[in-house]
Write a protein of this length. Sequence first.
Length: 249
Amino acid sequence: MAQIIALYSVKGGVGKTASVVNLAALSALQGRKVLLWDLDPQGAASWYLQAEPASAPKIGQLLKAKSVALGLRPSQHRNLSVLPSDQRYHAMEHVLAEKKDAGFRIAKVLDGLADDFDEIWIDTPPGLTLLGDNVLRAADLVLVPLVPTHLSERTWFQLKTHLGNEKIKPGKLAAFLTMVDRRRALHRDFYTEKKIEIPELLPHEIPYAAIIEQMGDDQNPTVFAHAKHPAAQAYFQLWQAIDQTMKQR
Ligand SMILES: Nc1ncnc2c1ncn2[C@@H]1O[C@H](COP(=O)(O)OP(=O)(O)OP(=O)(O)O)[C@@H](O)[C@H]1O
Ligand SMILES: [Mg+2]
């Protein structure tokens, strides 16, 4: 059975997609059979991995365990498949809402994929949504990128409250800092000052690095295109920590 790892945050633009692409790529590089399911209708992860479909399955097909695999696409990389998104999937929230099992549908659909992969990484749109709740329930590990700012921190606590309200196990959350600019005191001191308040915060951080923004230039994960760059090395260290966390579960 595949382990399910989701990148999730209430706040947008915090590095979910950049992180899921690089972390899933690192798992594939280790020889794991990996699927990246792009559940964000922006389709950025699908685009980064050059896996945008000519014609994507309809939402109805995507939301059934027996037909979800119809949408699978290979990436350019060994061991890494993609279940791409499509702009039309913005309607998924409404389609889900009409299902009897609206809050658990994605978990059920994942059953149709779990035997074929070692790991399934999920990219999500930002916000507290029904789709988000589905992912929060289905995932074994929910990784939350935090930019070291007050607003990002605030949304972390909103997420924790939300999990409590929805009765979703909080133990599956882990956070990491991203877009860290060590020239700024707020960024430099964030981990030390917040590690007690946010015990789920991993001590590994991703720096602010233009090379990550440039991933769109060649649509190739940074960890492949610039493996020796400090930002790629930071992703590798984060990946190792996540891998350890998963083994302890
Ligand atoms: N470590 C980083 N250093 C510099 N730029 C970064 C870094 N991580 C991500 N970015 C850039 O920041 C922007 C937002 O990143 P990304 O799309 O990964 O965030 P997101 O959380 O997935 O956003 P959304 O909520 O819209 O899905 C992108 O332009 C991306 O290239
Ligand atoms: Mg994104």
